[in-house]
Ligand binder design. Structure first.
Ligand SMILES: *Cc1c(COP(=O)(O)O)cnc(C)c1O
Length: 501
């Protein structure tokens, strides 16, 4: 497919103005000299209809959740009901100004206030902040809250324990807060090794960042002991609830002793994600940590019967995000929770767990499970049996694309010896048995191809507009200008299929 710049034709315009109504003016009369480009014209000269066609075609090359199965583990790519998008685009919400006087936006504030209460109920926490705009931002906020808590008590602690199965953002967030990250090894069951944890946890340690079911979809049965080990040394337990899809209506992290919880509303709670947002990585805390929450928070004054923005006070870590954060995400979450109700939330998690275990049971003859046990909302299998045919898990993932599906997460987790060449499948509750069967059939077919015709896999994908890409190049050679792009395209000699553009 051609770039829009390559479609440029000199003198072609998207629109024209009636010449007799406007005096011609020179660009030099409108802009200072430094702002006028002297060399290349940066914009393509192209007609309106060609612009529309160009971008419509591009949009059709995209694969999203509304196209088909998207079983990306640790991502909860589930269907987001369209009614919630509709509610979030009602003009009363869209046009509410963040600086509007409180009495004119009582409805918006009420929603944020009520959502706070609902999330407390769902997770067993005492108070939430809606400020963080993503999971990693929530983690940073949670770490800042924990740091302030200890500094306030004159108890300076420097280390943060993080299991090797944790999402990569966990150690990054802790390090950004100035903590020294200490890795806790997993045992052969894929969960926290209690002996190692007990050895590492001391009075210089802030606590442990954990999730349960953990990031590879396994329920950590040692959670009671873990809680005791961390709290006995005065530490705090942080719950990475980015993927809460296995827990709704089943377990509450607050009841298991977690002090700080972050949720990715854009994963579990009805907001499409990927591609950069908007999201919401809200943080819930237990009573003792409420004073440290970011400011402001929405409160209710029973006397005036009014909602208002409450300054969180002098112990607060301050502001982490302007205004009401990503309000549309909060709105969709609120609508989704209310439309599901307590039973619906439970059903969603129950179905997502059953779906993952169904896939695991069907696949395990062909792809060895990383851990031979029941899973939570996602299952981890491996492609290591196929290495002897010269096929890597990456090749299996690429081949899935030929069958018109998005591949699962691969190479996560990656701690050997228990987990190598991993494939992590999170089907979510949205998918029907027929769709799961279709996926399983494709996987079985690919396992057969790996043995009989490995080259079909190592050269896959064959049916996609762009064939196998160089995974590392984008990081090493950022494309910042049109010239960079052309040069790279030349160098790579793209193996594009002719798709009639
Ligand atoms: C997605 C995810 C995160 C990070 O969330 P972002 O919104 O991408 O910053 C953190 N932890 C886990 C377990 C996740 O799955």
């Amino acid at each position: 497919m051609k770039l829009i710049f390559e479609k440029s034709i000199k003198g072609r315009d998207g629109y024209s103005l009636p010449q007799d109504l406007f005096n011609e003016i020179k660009i030099e009369e409108c802009l200072p000299e430094y702002a006028i480009s002297k060399d290349k014209k940066l914009l393509s000269e192209i007609s309106e209809v060609d612009v529309v066609r160009h971008f419509t075609k591009l949009s059709k090359l995209n694969y999203g959740l509304d196209d088909g199965f998207y079983p990306l583990g640790s991502c909860t790519m589930k269907y987001n009901p369209k009614i919630n998008e509709k509610l979030a685009s009602l003009s009363n919400f869209v046009y509410a100004h963040p600086l509007a006087p409180e009495e004119t936006v009582q409805g918006c504030l009420e929603i944020v206030y009520n959502l706070n209460k609902l999330l407390c109920e769902i997770t067993g926490m005492d108070e939430y902040t809606m400020a963080p705009a993503a999971g990693a931002h929530g983690e940073l906020t949670g770490n800042l809250i924990m740091r302030k808590y200890f500094v306030d008590r004159g108890d300076l602690r420097h280390k943060m324990l993080i299991p090797d199965s944790a999402h990569g953002t966990n150690p990054a967030s802790a390090a950004m807060c100035g903590f020294q990250v200490v890795e806790v090894k997993s045992n052969e069951k894929g969960t926290v090794d209690l002996k190692i944890l007990a050895e590492l946890m001391d009075e210089d340690t802030v606590g442990l960042m954990l999730t349960n079911p953990n990031t590879v979809g396994l329920f950590d049965e040692g959670i009671e002991e873990i809680e005791k080990i961390v709290h006995d040394k005065g530490g705090l337990l942080y719950y990475d609830g980015a993927n809460l899809n296995a827990s709704l209506g089943i377990i509450k992290p607050g009841d298991a002793g977690f002090d700080v919880v972050h949720l990715n509303l854009h994963k579990t709670f009805s907001t499409p994600h990927g591609g950069g947002g908007p999201g919401a990585g809200v943080i819930g805390v237990k009573k003792d940590l409420i004073p440290y929450l970011p400011t402001p928070n929405v409160a209710f004054d029973p006397e005036r019967k009014k909602y208002y923005l409450l300054d969180a006070g002098e112990k607060s870590i301050g502001m982490v995000r302007a205004f009401w954060s990503n309000f549309s995400v909060l709105l969709k979450t609120y609508a989704w929770i209310l439309s599901m109700g307590p039973d619906g939330l439970f059903n969603a998690s129950e179905t997502s767990i059953i779906n993952a275990n169904y896939v695991l049971a069907k696949l395990k003859k062909y792809y060895k499970p990383a851990y031979d046990r029941y899973c939570g909302h996602e299952c981890t299998v491996t492609g290591r049996e196929y290495k002897k045919y010269g096929v890597k898990t990456l090749d299996i993932a690429k081949r899935i694309m030929d069958y018109g599906m998005h591949p699962p997460t691969i190479y996560f987790p990656h701690f050997e010896p228990y987990a190598e060449e991993t494939i992590m499948v999170e089907p979510t509750e949205s998918e029907s048995k027929e769709m799961l069967d279709k996926f399983v059939d494709i996987m079985i077919k690919i396992s057969d191809e790996a043995k009989t015709n490995p080259e079909l896999l190592t050269t896959a994908p064959h049916n996609t507009p762009i064939r196998r890409t160089n995974d590392a190049l984008a990081v090493k050679r950022a494309i910042l200008t049109y010239d960079d792009e052309l040069k790279l395209k030349d160098e790579l000699n793209y193996q594009e299929k002719d798709i009639n553009f």
